[in-house]
Design a binder for this molecule. Structure first.
Ligand SMILES: [Cu+2]
Length: 230
C-alpha cells in the first residue's frame, strides 16, 4: 500500500488490485510447430518440434498469460497516465527461433528492447491495427538490440518474423501503469491504484475479454476471473 497526496490537505491511499485467473475445461491440444524442424539452423536446436502455447494452464486451472488492465468506471480507456518514459524497458527475446515471451504488455512510451539470442537472422516486424508505427528490421545473429516505443494504446499488437512464419508475439500497450499479466500460478497484481471506481478487464488472446467493476478505497481489492472452454 502506498501513501499519496491526492490534493492539498487530503491524504489518500492507493491500493493493489490482486487476483486469480482460472481456466475451466480442457483447452484444445497445442499444435506442433513442425516447420521449425525443416529449417537448417532452427531445427538443430530441437530434438522434437516445440508446440504452440496458446493456453498456459496449471493442474488446478491456474491460467497464465491473461492481461488484466483497468478502464474507468464507464469502461473507457485510461488515457494520459503513462509513466512509460521512466519505466524500466521491457524485453522481447528471439530464442530457439521463437519469440519469448509471446504475450507481454508495456506502457505507451516505454522502451521495448528486442534481442536476437539465436545463431541466425530474424526479421522483426510489428503490425499495428491501432495506428502505432510499423517496424520492419532485419536483426543478424549477434546484432545490436532493437529498441522500439509505441505512442498509442493497443490490445495485442502483432510481432512476426518475416524469415520464420511461425514466430509471433503479442504486445499490449496501455496509457497507464495499471495492468498486469497472470503468471503460471494464475495470479496477478495491479499496483498502486488511486481510489475510485474502475472496470477491471481480463483479456486472453484466444478466449477474449471479461470485465468486472471494482471500487478502490485504500484497501487491497481481490478479484477473480474464470474463463471457460465450452
Ligand atoms: Cu525469425
Amino acid at each position: 500500500m502506498a501513501l499519496g497526496i491526492f490534493s492539498a490537505g487530503q491524504i489518500v491511499f492507493a491500493a493493489d488490485i490482486t487476483g486469480t485467473i482460472t481456466l475451466k475445461g480442457t483447452p484444445p491440444k497445442e499444435v506442433e510447430i513442425a516447420p521449425i524442424m525443416d529449417d537448417a539452423t532452427c531445427g538443430q536446436m530441437y530434438s522434437t518440434a516445440p508446440t504452440t502455447h496458446f493456453y498456459v494452464v496449471g493442474k488446478n486451472g491456474e491460467f497464465a498469460d491473461v492481461i488484466v488492465s483497468l478502464k474507468d468506471a464507464s469502461g473507457n480507456e485510461i488515457i494520459g497516465k503513462s509513466t512509460g518514459a521512466t519505466a524500466k524497458p521491457a524485453m522481447l527475446d528471439q530464442k530457439g527461433c521463437l519469440y519469448m515471451p509471446t504475450i507481454l504488455a508495456i506502457q505507451t512510451g516505454q522502451k521495448l528492447i528486442v534481442k536476437n539470442s539465436d545463431n541466425c537472422i530474424h526479421n522483426v516486424h510489428s503490425i499495428s491495427t491501432a495506428g502505432n508505427p510499423e517496424h520492419n528490421d532485419a536483426q543478424m545473429s549477434g546484432g545490436a538490440d532493437l529498441t522500439y516505443t509505441f505512442p498509442k494504446p493497443e490490445m495485442f499488437l502483432k510481432f512476426q518474423c518475416d524469415v520464420h512464419p511461425w514466430m509471433f508475439a503479442w504486445v499490449s500497450i496501455f496509457d497507464s501503469p495499471y495492468f498486469s499479466i497472470s503468471g503460471k500460478d494464475g495470479k496477478f497484481t495491479i499496483k498502486n491504484v488511486p481510489p475510485g471506481r474502475y472496470t477491471v478487464v481480463a483479456n486472453h488472446r484466444k478466449l477474449g475479454e471479461q470485465t468486472q467493476t471494482v471500487e478502490v478505497a485504500g484497501k487491497d481489492v481481490p478479484v477473480k476471473f474464470t474463463f471457460e472452454i465450452k
